[in-house]
Design a protein around this ligand. Sequence first.
Ligand SMILES: Cc1cc2nc3c(=O)[nH]c(=O)nc-3n(C[C@H](O)[C@H](O)[C@H](O)COP(=O)(O)O)c2cc1C
Length: 460
Amino acid sequence: MNIIVLNGSPKGELSITMQYVRYLGKKFPQHEFRILHIARDIQQIEDDPQRFAAIIDQIAAADGILWGFPLYSLLVHAHYKRFIELIWERQATAAFQNKYALAIATSVHFYDHTALQYIRAVCDDLQMRFIDAFSADMQDLLNEEQRRRLLIFAENALQTIEQQGPTFPAPQPAESHPPPYQPGAEPAPLDTGDRQVLIITDAESPDDNQAKMVARLQASFGGRAEVVNLHELQIRTSCLGCIQCGYDNRCPLENLDDFIPFYRSKVMTADILIYAGTIRDRYLSARWKAFFDRTFFMGHTPTVRGKQIGIILAGPLSRNPHLREILEAYFEIMQANLVAIVSDESGSSATLDGLLDLLAQRLIAFSGQAYLKPQTFLGIAGSKLLRDEIWGRLRFPFVADHRFFKAHGGYDFPHRDWRTRLRNGLMLSLMKIPRIRETIYRQRMKEEMVKPLQKIVEET
Ligand SMILES: Cc1cc2nc3c(=O)[nH]c(=O)nc-3n(C[C@H](O)[C@H](O)[C@H](O)COP(=O)(O)O)c2cc1C
């Protein structure tokens, strides 16, 4: 069979993910795995219609499509995202219809599930027959048991294609088409004090919902908010995955375009940040994705820590729960305060006016109080994963991250908690005595657990 592999790594042949594909090529020599370097070559693919058409022809002729991609900033790489946009823009969806699809992602499992949900949804939109996805750690290929799992996955997928077998459908949320937003009378301007407010948008026309929501919000800030449109910034490429920034946060692209100077001087210095986007396929635009990918020059450090964040979105957010999760997780891990996501799905124009005005008020009020809502599982689990990776196998090459984590209490492992260790040691010994164990578990547990909290309440 002829399997077309869409390589989502900007590193092309040197992609880790492609080693998994090459391994399968060796194990299943009866099938051809033809790799197309989508993320590496996106500029030529976009600029040269014949090259794009040749790729689509190969897809149309294939027995199956393998989406092979690394995780980049909780999703796929921006260039891969752009290719997916081109499929729709250039009306090439017919080549994908009814085609079998499978996915292999490599990562450190940091929000790999959101990337898989994204690709799955894209395949469903393209009416492909999605078989399954395999999410490998970047080093799994070194492990015999993991290789065994990969082979079972691939064997099952290839068999399904060969036998033209059925696939498990994943019901998608209903379609949603937010109505045009018609803002009402301008809101009364709020006092922003000396706070720096930055709105980052990728609106393409002043008449679209995103642009109108941005204008409303800007009016609320009394025109004191700076608005930067990502289309007006020169961003020549997304991150190339070279990780030269790992040592000292210096990126080889630093002086080649506007991104890093902009990020350092405007984004990292703002008090209030508003991210405004429009949903394209199942995420924001590839432009926005390049923005998030390029922030990687600062590694895994929380570059917008302590800031108040607002998000305004045009498009079917309710259809894309993974997008909400990505945004919530991202800002929790950044230790920023995501005040709210306001979407144009929220209701009538009057309702939306009210929500945008409320967002502006809350952003200013919380900024004054330096409020940070508690992290949920998204931020806590994600931060622990990164902490362990940077402490362990990723300390090299991410030397700058290690320095930052060390200096800012990032290595908050429980083994430093001497009080808890002492208590555990004492209690574990006591628990060996049946009478004490009985008394504590049966009679004292609930009471003892609540005691320190009751003390605070009583003293208040
Ligand atoms: C800029 C950048 C962003 C990344 N983002 C993520 C991420 O969000 N989650 C994750 O688990 N791994 C992330 N990774 C790790 C890569 O997904 C992983 O190293 C992958 O195996 C690289 O595959 P490739 O060589 O095929 O590009 C990121 C790596 C880079 C360079």
